[in-house]
Design a protein around this ligand. Structure first.
Ligand code: OGA
Ligand code: MN
Length: 291
């Protein structure tokens, strides 16, 4: 990091964590009702730093949902919970298998691949809120974030020109296939048909251009399939170079908020997944159609 950025935003301290993304916000108890003034400060900080880290929080699922709803419309989860509910609520991210034991082959593992949340939907996620409840004792299970503004801006002019009007097809089916998960069922395919999004999207709040790709992207409209896949691979490699990545090392109580409109993210299995539990509470606000 070439500079340490610290600022006082109202009564909150915001400290930059790395060049590509991330800032720690100190001086806030998120279990208390957040006023609109503090909400605005946090949202401004999110636009500027893309990932916000707020440590030492202890939120009930209801408190997390109240916080989430301050930032937009809560999004429903694609999976049903144990009670069969699928509404907008806090759901659990974990590394457990069907029997509930820690596993290196947990029931879902799509998040081990670079992605942006719900890009297989016409209207994908705006921001994701992840609250660490139980973590591997020796650390690990980091979440990595790649800055997609930087990724776009650092492309050669020729590539910028080449991709300016291209659209990628994103789908649940591709997600299942590309991540080695069980194949999408016919019912799931009907429920979540493929959608196309521009490769370069303009962030609706900052008006900056960002690359919009990820593991749910399958091919490029108008290009031969193989050619599209090659182009996507090249863009991933470029976007996720280490210099463009903030890796978050979790501590219990961390609440991390990220902006899906200008980042790719993934979880890293850098801990003994077969032994230790990693449990986080997740909630999301829905965004707008990328354009
Ligand atoms: C997510 C996700 C990563 C993690 O919740 O959308 O990708 O670190 N999680 O568990
Ligand atoms: Mn995700």
């Amino acid at each position: 990091m070439d500079q340490q950025v610290r600022e006082r935003a109202g009564s909150l301290n915001v400290t930059r964590l790395s060049e590509p993304a991330g800032a720690e916000v100190v001086g806030i108890d998120l279990s208390l009702q957040l006023g609109t003034k503090k909400r605005d400060i946090l949202f401004e900080a999110l636009l500027k730093h893309h990932v916000l880290v707020i440590r030492d929080q202890d939120l009930t699922p209801d408190q997390q949902m109240t916080l989430t709803a301050m930032f937009g419309k809560p999004e429903s989860h694609v999976f049903h919970d144990a009670e069969g509910q699928s509404g907008p609520q806090v759901h659990v991210v974990n590394n457990l298998d069907k029997q509930g034991n820690p596993s290196s082959r947990p029931t879902t593992f799509g998040s081990f691949f670079w992605h942006t949340d719900k890009s297989y939907h016409e209207v994908p996620s705006l921001a994701t809120f992840l609250h660490a409840r139980e973590l591997p004792p020796g650390g690990g299970g980091d979440t990595e974030f790649a800055n997609m503004y930087n990724a776009y801006e650092s492309l050669d002019d020729a590539v910028k020109k080449q991709i300016a009007n291209l659209r990628a097809v994103h789908s649940w089916e591709a997600n299942r296939r590309n991540t080695g998960n069980r194949a999408a069922t016919e019912e799931e395919k009907k429920l979540r048909p493929p959608v196309s999004h521009p490769l370069v999207r303009t962030h609706p709040d900052t008006k900056r251009k960002a690359l919009y790709i990820g593991i749910h992207a399958d091919c490029i409209e108008g290009l031969e399939r193989e050619q599209g896949i090659e182009l996507l691979k090249k863009l991933y490699r470029h976007s996720t170079e280490r210099k463009n990545v903030y890796a978050h090392s979790w501590k219990p109580g961390d609440l991390v908020i990220w902006d899906n409109r200008c980042l790719l993210h993934r979880v890293v299995g850098n801990y003994d997944m077969d032994t230790h539990r990693r449990i986080l509470h997740r909630s999301v606000v829905i965004g707008t159609k990328p354009c």
